[in-house]
Design a binder for this molecule. Structure first.
Ligand code: PLP
Length: 360
């Protein structure tokens, strides 16, 4: 299938036409033109506003995995300790990635249908004394949203660890205050709530994080170091993607015009409708309780009378695309992605109607 009639995949989401039109432009060289650096700076300011932070904002090419790797490679030397707070696949993924670069990782593990408990994180962090603590705001595969980022941030400060947070699939659709949560490195992708191509990534970096980054002195494609003063120095480590930078600007302006509160309310409404309709047609939510469900994605168990493959085939035959799952959740849990352009109650209603038909 090349395109979806009713697309409810939890990223990449449908790209609005206004954004797709950006690619009709014949932009000049991003390395050379003042206009590009002005646009870069404009986006930095909009992101600071969206994420409520005074921290430096770095905008790089590549989809979000590139900055997940960067956040580890730039802050950890071989043998250094990292505590990955995990209630899902992305949470545990941080530990796997850290081990792959030679760091010493422990996981503070919680069931995937729950969210982390700060008390346990505190105990673990005090004993282990990690250099870095990682957490995930929205565990997209589980459809959960961690409500305790600020508490974990406080713990990280107390044990003098750097706090790295993946908010790839939440920010923009969920209220988030990077500074209040004491997030040293925050990571945001483009193909989720921002409804862009998977081509550009955003990192917020605190002064403390910059110190560590300078000390570790990692050099390589994902290195943050040379991005610290891009608009000031008008120099970048590689040719940037002007089309994606422009598309990001439109997406951020759209959120500001709607209002951050308005965008969050639209996501919450779509999510609630999805859960309500799901319950009505007999679907079972994967998260243990409604309070921890993310406004950007809803995870349900695959209905008992189907295998995932069989269920997915029937939905697709009727034009509906939803997300499957990975790892231990593969075949058991499926996801409805109502983030960004897909946080649309009408779209959710149409999708759930098709699921109802397939179940009947
Ligand atoms: C989508 C996503 C990522 C990045 O994965 P991509 O390869 O860019 O799709 C990272 N973390 C979370 C929580 C995500 O949902």
């Amino acid at each position: 299938m090349e395109k979806y009639e009713i697309g409810l995949i939890p990223g990449p989401v449908k790209i609005p036409e206004e954004i797709r039109r950006v690619w009709l432009n014949d932009f000049a060289s991003s390395d050379l033109e003042d206009e590009f650096f002005a646009l870069y700076h404009e986006n930095q300011v909009l992101i600071q506003k969206l994420l409520r932070t005074k921290n430096n904002v770095v905008i790089t090419s590549g989809e979000a995995m590139s900055i997940l790797w960067a956040s580890l490679k730039c802050t950890l030397k071989p043998g250094e300790k990292i505590l990955a707070v995990s209630s899902g696949l992305f949470g545990s993924g941080f530990a796997d990635m850290a081990r792959a670069i030679g760091a010493y990782a422990e996981t503070c593990e919680f069931p995937y249908d729950e969210v982390p408990e700060p008390e346990k994180v505190y105990e673990h962090a005090k004993k282990f004394r990690p250099k870095v603590i990682t957490a995930v705001h929205c565990e997209t595969p589980s459809g959960t949203l961690t409500p305790c980022l600020a508490e974990i941030g406080k713990i990280a400060r107390e044990v003098e660890a750097l706090f790295v947070v993946d908010f790839v699939s939440s920010a923009g659709g969920v209220e988030l205050d990077v500074d209040a949560c004491k997030i040293d490195i925050g990571l945001l992708g483009s193909q989720k709530v921002l409804s862009l191509t998977p081509s550009i990534s955003i990192s917020t970096i605190s002064p403390h994080a910059w110190q560590i980054i300078n000390d570790v002195n990692y050099s390589g494609y994902e290195a943050f170091a040379d991005w610290r003063e891009v608009p000031e120095k008008k120099f970048m480590p590689y040719t940037h993607d002007w089309h994606s930078m422009k598309a990001l600007n439109i997406s951020l302006e759209n959120i500001m015009n709607e209002g951050i509160d308005g965008a969050c309310a639209r996501h919450s409404e779509a999510a609630k409708l999805c859960r309500d309709l799901g319950r009505e047609i007999g679907l079972e939510l994967f998260p243990k309780s409604e309070e921890i469900c993310s406004p950007t994605v809803t995870a349900f168990y695959v209905p008992e009378k189907f295998t995932w493959e069989n269920f997915n085939e029937r939905l697709r035959a009727r034009g509906l695309a939803v997300g499957g799952n990975y790892g231990s959740l593969a075949g058991k849990v499926f996801r409805i992605g109502h983030m960004g352009s897909q946080a649309d109650s009408d779209l959710v209603r149409r999708g759930m109607k098709i699921i109802r038909e397939v179940l009947a």
